[in-house]
Design a binder for this molecule. Structure first.
Ligand code: SAH
Ligand code: DHB
Ligand code: MG
Length: 222
């Protein structure tokens, strides 16, 4: 099946089910204008994150990997007025774009973007006793995915949900002989999750505007 077909279906679903509004369109435009890579989740994927966080009744969300704040806006819109989303971003230029996009969406009271290597800012969150978070979206450097999942469990409560983006990457995740550090780390993450006594999980392949990829969904057990 062709990518043209996948894209046509995503475009149709997005028009019907996840139409852009002013804040989302402005976030994409400002991210492109600032030269950020075009690797934010697609609209229907953002809507999926939004619906998962809503269904979870999330009040506190932790995102790892902000970019221009596109997924951040979808997630923060699932929060109640007194909810909180902390998003961790390494690149200060990305964080600046994200903060402006989040403010334009009227979410600056809800969202805090923290700059630094996530392994450092996660340790800070732990030191501050910032958890537990109800929902996690892991979407940063793939080599640290095993570490990020371990940190998510550390900062979770029974019933918390963890979503990991980009776990398929054109099917490379199934290549046991791969020497690509991102593939190796994603495979270690999948295996760690599968063996983890406190996690119940699945992973699903996706096609569409972001190519052939997939999500992992895990729940912290009671
Ligand atoms: N979640 C975003 C896309 C994130 S892209 C969306 O869907 O809209 C991945 C982001 O992770 C990039 O902005 C990159 O700068 C950031 N990143 C890479 N390594 C990181 C690290 N060690 N700590 C925190 N963020 C990191
Ligand atoms: C890349 C990162 C992402 O988070 C994504 O969704 C797509 C691509 C990347 O680093 O290439
Ligand atoms: Mg991603």
């Amino acid at each position: 099946m062709s990518n043209d077909r996948w894209n046509a279906v995503d475009t149709y679903f997005n028009e019907q089910l996840a139409p852009a509004d002013e804040a989302l369109s402005a976030a994409v435009a400002a991210s492109d204008a600032a030269g950020l890579p075009q690797i934010a989740v697609a609209a229907n994927q953002g809507k999926l994150l939004h619906l998962l966080a809503l269904a979870q009744g999330a009040r506190k969300i932790l995102e790892i990997g902000t970019l221009g704040g596109y997924s951040t806006i979808w997630l923060a819109r699932a929060l109640p007025a007194d909810g909180q989303l902390i998003s961790l971003e390494y690149d200060p230029a990305h964080a600046d774009v994200a903060r402006a996009n989040v403010a334009r969406a009227g979410l600056d009271k809800t969202v805090e973007v923290r700059v630094g290597a996530a392994l450092d800012t996660l340790a800070q969150l732990e030191a501050e006793d910032a958890g537990p978070f109800d929902f996690f979206f892991i979407d940063a450097d793939k080599v640290n995915n095993p570490n990020y999942v371990e940190w998510a469990v550390e900062l979770s409560r029974p019933g918390s949900l963890i979503v990991v983006d980009n776990v398929v990457r054109d099917g490379t995740v199934a290549d046991a002989t791969s020497e690509d550090p991102s593939v190796l780390a994603t495979r270690r993450m999948i295996e760690l999750v599968g063996e983890h006594p406190r996690l119940s999980a699945t992973a699903v392949q996706t096609v569409g505007l972001r190519g052939y990829d997939g999500f992992l969904l895990a729940r912290v057990q009671d």
